[in-house]
Ligand binder design. Structure first.
Ligand code: UFG
Length: 324
């Protein structure tokens, strides 16, 4: 199938593009390279450098691609930044997304797989988080993703655009070629691995007084290749649907650090800091629905092999994509 991928030079997008190509699909990547990297573009894909804030550019690229489906990864995704610059999040994630939907309607493309997030749930009343829980985002990032989810319903009802929303929990790990390299790195695992590489002297633990067994936040880390498989299955779904995507297991910040020490064989000095604002204590997915309906089962259930794959990539790319 011909597939149009926005944000295909970013962390999650690049690895999904690689897997789509490995499965025999034809891919056009649309990316402005503001967060993504030229070196993360799979050379087998067509590349169109463009901006979601330019409806004409998207429509031209989409029409030229001949795509039957869109995968929409392009977005800003930093919770903290969204709390200081909400305009950026609503402009790029909502208005930019709307331009994409408009282009899909005008080109007659009837299928979209959307990268959403557990941040649309805010602080959940219970875990694991299934799709029936109320979505009450606590930051503009989560709100912007929820707004796009809501728009999808109307584009389905009015224009017959079928959607699959995939709400990722904490994406982690790497493929053999592509990995995680953000220009501003706020995520836990890459920050720990930078310490292991000797590029940072310690890692901060944000909050040690959470109501969890060791006092640090618990997250559901899901391997990027398992995420990519879910996207592949989503392409074959005939009905519109929304799915939560995680392993169903939780790992605390201290457990992630201990596993990184084990995997890298290097000690990771930590500095205990106050809580980071907007961090819920525990986010764990129930992925029963996607398992039941699309047959998705994550291959990586434990944190150690996920970190091993990330470490391998960081060792091979100690400065990320810089210089590639
Ligand atoms: N953390 C630290 N030290 C760090 C970085 C993070 O202790 O240096 C803690 C955080 O406070 C949090 C946990 O490690 O408790 C994981 O933090 P990440 O920043 O790696 O990821 P988040 O859980 O904040 O991820 C959230 C949502 C995702 C969303 C992402 C956007 O769960 O769905 O923010 O960046 F995509």
């Amino acid at each position: 199938m011909k597939i149009f991928v926005t944000g295909g030079a970013g962390y999650i997008g690049s690895i999904c593009v690689e897997e789509l190509l490995n499965a025999g699909h034809e891919v056009t990547v649309f990316d402005n390279l503001s967060e993504g990297h030229r070196a993360a573009l799979d050379p087998r894909a067509e590349f169109f450098e463009g901006n979601l804030d330019n409806p004409g550019e998207i429509t031209t690229a989409l029409a030229k691609s001949g795509a039957l489906a869109v995968m929409h990864f392009a977005a800003n995704a930093l919770v903290g930044e969204s709390m200081t610059n909400p305009v950026k999040y609503f402009r790029n994630n909502v208005t930019g997304g709307l331009h994409l939907l408009e282009a899909m309607v005008s080109c007659g493309v009837k299928k979209i797989v959307f990268s959403s997030t557990c941040a649309t749930f805010g602080t959940p009343d219970r875990v694991p988080i299934d799709e029936s829980l109320p979505q009450r985002p606590i930051n503009p990032y989560g709100e912007s993703k929820l707004m796009f989810e809501q728009m999808l319903r109307w584009f389905d009802e009015i224009h017959g655009v079928k959607y699959v929303v995939l709400r990722y929990f904490n994406a982690a790990g790497a493929s053999a070629r592509f990995g995680e390299d953000h220009r501003i790195e706020t995520h836990l695992i890459p920050n720990i691995l930078k310490v292991a590489l000797g590029q940072k002297k310690d890692v901060s633990i944000f909050g040690t007084d959470y109501p969890t067994p060791d006092g640090t936040c618990i997250r559901d880390y899901i391997h990027i290749l398992d995420l990519a498989q879910a996207h592949m299955l989503a392409l074959s779904a005939t009905d519109s649907a929304k799915y939560n995507l995680g392993t169903g297991g939780g790992t605390s910040v201290r457990e992630v650090i201990a596993t990184c020490e084990k995997v890298t064989g290097r000690s990771i000095p930590v500095v205990e800091q106050p809580r980071r604002s907007g961090d819920p204590a525990r986010l764990i997915a129930s992925s029963d629905k996607i398992h039941r309906e699309l047959g998705w089962t994550p291959k990586f259930q434990a944190i150690e092999p996920i970190i091993e794959s990330a470490w391998k990539w960081h060792l091979a790319h100690p400065h990320g994509y810089q210089g590639n």
